[in-house]
Write a protein that binds this ligand. Sequence first.
Ligand SMILES: Nc1nc2c(c(=O)[nH]1)N[C@H]1C(S)=C(S)[C@@H](COP(=O)(O)O)O[C@H]1N2
Ligand SMILES: [Mo]
Length: 364
Amino acid sequence: MAVSGKRDDFIVHQEYPLNAEPTSAALDGRPLTPLDTFYCRNHGPIQHADPDRWRLQVDGLVDHPLSLSLPELRDRFPQRTVVATVQCAGNRRAELAAVRPIPGQVPWGAAAISTARWTGVTLADVLARAGLQPGAEHVAFEEADVASRPSESPVFGGSIPVAKATAGEVLLAWRMNDEALPDVHGGPLRVVVPGYIGARSVKWLQRVTAQARPSDNFYQAKDYILLPDDADPAEAARGRGLRLGVAALNTAILRPEEGQTVPAGPVQVSGYATAGDDRGVARVDVSIDGGRHWQHADLDTAAEPWAWRLWRLTVQLPPGPAQIVARAWDTSASTQPERVEHVWNPLGYMNTAWSRVHVTCATV
Ligand SMILES: Nc1nc2c(c(=O)[nH]1)N[C@H]1C(S)=C(S)[C@@H](COP(=O)(O)O)O[C@H]1N2
Ligand SMILES: [Mo]
């Protein structure tokens, strides 16, 4: 099925709500993901709001509650641009679901992640104008509550700690890759929280609330929960398990693609790596013998601080079946777990295991 504004080869997991990702090959090798290639992750209806009537409320533990139109946001605060990667906590879930089924969750490949140039104002500047009160430990976001929302889909929201909210890289954005933010990606206004799971980058942002406690919004308190592997998935709704927030070290091989036939000899392997919040990607290793020997990939040197690091390496593959493996290390010298079996969890979040691609090498 074709999705309006997206490439013809977009992989649609679900039409409503719209959940779709690009092919690995389409994502590969581009520091910025074009708008027609950027993945779409939705829990409810895509909103189509009139930008001229949009207002953002800033309330809660603030001295001066604000109500700002888009022109007011634009005119009263300095404009900022940040290149940032957004990654869903469910990225790479299909590999987990191959170990044990994960019913009712979107079976994402490795492309529920994309990078854009976001332009807007910093949340820090807006909060400074509102005046945070002592006791404001968290900043919560909420999308607009629209009449078209089906009864089973709660209003989307979530929160981040105040230190992150005031750190300067968190944007209230209305432009994406120098174009107006498309409705599907949260237009006219979304928050972009680099270094956190994608779920915190709330689209159709209408309310920012300073508060003492983390958000009790369904999607933070009862979903996006990492449960112990033997837990019943329903336990997430009872508030059990770890609440996700900060992103984790991850990497994926984008090329060659799983199951591909490649000519034996030199083969270029490439992909992305991301690190959580205040960490960076330090190194990416590639192995063609299941992890006994590793070679270091070339990392993009020009990468922006909040963007993924693209990497590539040419390996020599003998004829026959081959498995290519990749893992990343971060600036705290931590690396990724070896096996998906070891990170399996009932809702299928945070698959950070070594990335593996199986190919067949044909003699030419
Ligand atoms: N209002 C709203 N914001 C949202 C969501 C949503 O369903 N509704 N999905 C979140 C999740 S889980 C992710 S991963 C990102 C995806 O952003 P994208 O669709 O622009 O790729 O948006 C986040 N913001
Ligand atoms: Mo997500």
